[in-house]
Ligand binder design. Structure first.
Ligand code: FAD
Ligand code: NAG
Ligand code: NAG
Length: 509
């Protein structure tokens, strides 16, 4: 699927973005700095929030990160016979500038590249097989789908070009009070339309063929979001961007970014589950009252609570993902917002695939496909089947052929039975199952998204997942809420929800 190369324009933009910190200094700041900030959730969202909060508020503020499970959250690895494999969020786009910045800043690096090839399975046979040769792929695509494939890459690139504007806005310190405002600043009305239409509707309206959408686009949205082309066009475009070339992962595992950001931000990790957040007031020295948030939590040593000036919720407020009650707020804040998260089962199998399951007459020793995507076929129990490489690629590593026992990852929306696994594999040495509530179930037209601002100084980072869920989206939301928290604390309203930033900042480049 990796038929596209990035536009020169987009690449140049990377260069521009990486230069210099933003210009404004906090000379106008009069109010004291906050003393304590709580971040709830130690995934990529919460840990990057800690990093950006440190950047905004300086070294004196105390930042506590609450984590009920493991730092990394949905970035997680599985150890199989002494090697670790990426099990949650795995792929990063070359233009994900925050992720790139973190990796540089933390002294990490991208994992060595192992060339990969995709095939598409329709339940009977491999109906598309990627070749080693760009030109062969190009001609096959042209033969079957006319210019659909090339136009798809241009279509995604057009969206990506607008998407990239967020980095410049954030560089200059601008923030947005809602997901809708943030997206509007990037792509205007066109982005709102993308949220309200299905990917299928949007692509049909732009002249893509139904056959191309069924054969090529659907397998890509299924692989990335476990959902068909009836998800919203915006998150669909994010999925399609993951068919670009130059995709990468972090050497040693993506979750290393989270622990690195924790260390770098000098935040304190509190291993506990937050159960409730409420408002508290206290008389202050000057005779006025000061407002705090009381965070209640349960850890190994029982129940406890602490007061904070600012709180960032960095976990989805949805059924099955977190259960935090909010009290004393008017209007009330719900524990769970409308909408649900989509279940994706990740089943890791150490074994040998039965070629006849794939209807393939390749000899296992010559079977080179690393990613097998699937079309939307009701009888198919799997969404994808991928050969995994470890998170550390040793020198001279070569991906084992399908004839040897190796690690495969299957995504499916329901657990796989013994019989189903037996049909896919001719031998199994071990099976590891991880059920994820992975990302929102996207059903456009999109109702109102959850808000970034839950209360005066209480923010909700994962609202952004309702536009699209990815590591980079969480990092963008983290920087946005850190800026928002800063500007609201210091009353710098000129940096919030500014109109027409794209034209205004053009001169600044
Ligand atoms: C199978 C799968 C594949 C994916 N593939 C990709 C991909 O290829 N590329 C990509 O960019 N993205 C991918 N994603 C999405 C990506 O992983 C997520 O968007 C991202 O990791 C979300 O990070 P987060 O920090 O916002 O949330 P999370 O990682 O969910 O972090 C929230 C944290 O909060 C903690 N928590 C919850 N409740 C409480 C509480 N009450 N008190 C204290 N702590 C609490 C949780 O334990 C968790 O660690 C994938 C996701 C899955 C599941
Ligand atoms: C999206 O759809 C909803 C419901 O159909 C509608 O109320 C809203 O105005 C639409 N928004 C945009 C930006 O088109
Ligand atoms: C592979 O699957 C086919 C049927 O799909 C079955 O007949 C065959 O025995 C299997 N091979 C092995 C080695 O299990």
């Amino acid at each position: 699927m990796y038929l596209c190369s990035l536009s020169v324009r987009a690449l140049l933009f990377v260069g521009v973005c990486q230069v210099g910190r933003r210009g404004f200094v906090s000379a106008t700041e009069t109010k004291e700095q906050p003393k304590k900030i709580a971040v709830i959730g130690g995934g990529i969202g919460g840990t990057s929030a800690a990093y950006f909060l440190r950047q905004e508020f300086g070294s004196s503020v105390k930042i506590d990160v609450f984590e009920a499970g493991t730092v990394g959250g949905r970035l997680a690895t599985e150890n199989i016979r002494g090697q670790d494999y990426e099990n949650g969020g795995s792929i990063i786009h070359p233009l994900n500038l925050h992720m790139k910045h973190f990796v540089d800043r933390l002294g990490l690096s991208a994992r060595a590249d192992v060339s990969s090839k995709a095939a598409i399975f329709n339940g009977k046979e491999l109906m598309f097989e990627e070749s080693e040769w760009f030109i062969v792929n190009f001609l096959r695509m042209l033969w079957r789908y006319g210019f659909n494939s090339i136009r798809m890459h241009m279509w995604v690139e057009g969206i990506l070009d607008k998407f990239m504007r967020i980095y410049q806005y954030q560089q200059f310190g601008y923030s947005f009070s809602s997901v809708e405002q943030l997206l509007h600043a990037m792509g205007g009305e066109s982005f709102h339309v993308l949220l309200n239409q299905t990917l299928e509707e949007a692509m049909l309206a732009d002249g893509f063929s139904q056959v191309f959408i069924n054969d090529i686009v659907t397998p890509i949205t299924r692989l990335n979001y476990g959902q068909s082309v009836r998800l919203s066009a915006f998150v669909g475009a994010v999925a399609l961007a993951r068919a670009d070339s130059g995709l990468w992962a972090v050497d040693g595992g993506n979750k290393r970014v989270c622990s690195g950001l924790m260390y770098h931000s000098k935040a304190e990790l509190i291993q506990a589950r937050v159960t409730a957040i409420s408002t508290r007031t206290r008389p202050s020295k000057s005779g006025t009252v000061t407002n705090f948030y009381e965070v209640n939590y349960v850890g190994d040593s029982g129940h406890a609570h602490s007061l904070y000036d600012i709180v960032i919720v960095a976990t989805p407020l949805h059924q099955g993902l977190s259960d935090i009650s909010f009290s004393g707020f008017s209007p009330p804040i719900p524990s769970h917002f409308p909408g649900r998260y989509h279940q994706t089962m990740a089943t890791l199998v150490l074994g040998r695939v039965n070629m006849s399951y794939l209807g393939s007459d390749h000899k296992p020793a010559d079977f080179v496909f690393s990613d097998i995507l699937t079309t939307d076929n009701e009888e198919l129990e799997i969404i994808s089947l991928s050969s995994l490489d470890p998170i550390n690629i040793p020198k001279g590593y070569q991906r084992p052929p399908a004839s040897s026992s190796k690690v495969w990852k299957i995504f499916s929306s329901t657990p796989l039975s013994e019989e189903q696994l037996g049909a896919i594999f001719e031998s199994r040495e071990g099976v590891w199952v991880k059920p994820w509530l992975a990302y929102p179930s996207y059903t456009p037209p999109q109702r109102r998204m959850p808000p970034f601002i839950l209360h005066d100084r209480l923010f909700y980072l994962n609202a952004i997942e309702w536009a699209a869920s990815s590591m980079e989206m969480s990092a963008i939301a983290a920087r946005n809420v850190a800026l928002l928290a800063h500007h609201r604390w210091h009353g710098q309203t000129g940096k919030i929800d500014q109109e027409d930033l794209h034209t205004r900042l053009r001169g600044e480049l």
